[in-house]
Ligand binder design. Sequence first.
Ligand code: FES
Length: 103
Amino acid sequence: MLVCSCNFISEKEIVDTITALLDEDCWQLIVPAKVYHAMQKRGRCCGCFPNVVDIIIRTTEKYHAATHSTDDKIVAYISRLKEFHEENRRAELERRHQGHRAA
Ligand code: FES
């Protein structure tokens, strides 16, 4: 399934990149820009980023469920990750809202 129509990136490519990043450091914070940078791509309209965030969360949960991570660490990490992405979403909405006011 195509996730990013600007860069023609499929969900499988994104999942594979996230998994490779997790193999390097399974507790690093992964954001869409980091995934795209690893694929040597850039967000253009960034309309796909909310979907990429969902893929990051799903892939990270599956990754840690399949490895020997303890449940306590997984729950704390996933909630931190969701909190971080939610803050970014709010900041992005504010930026867009302010952008409309200025225009
Ligand atoms: S749809 Fe991904 S950057 Fe535009």
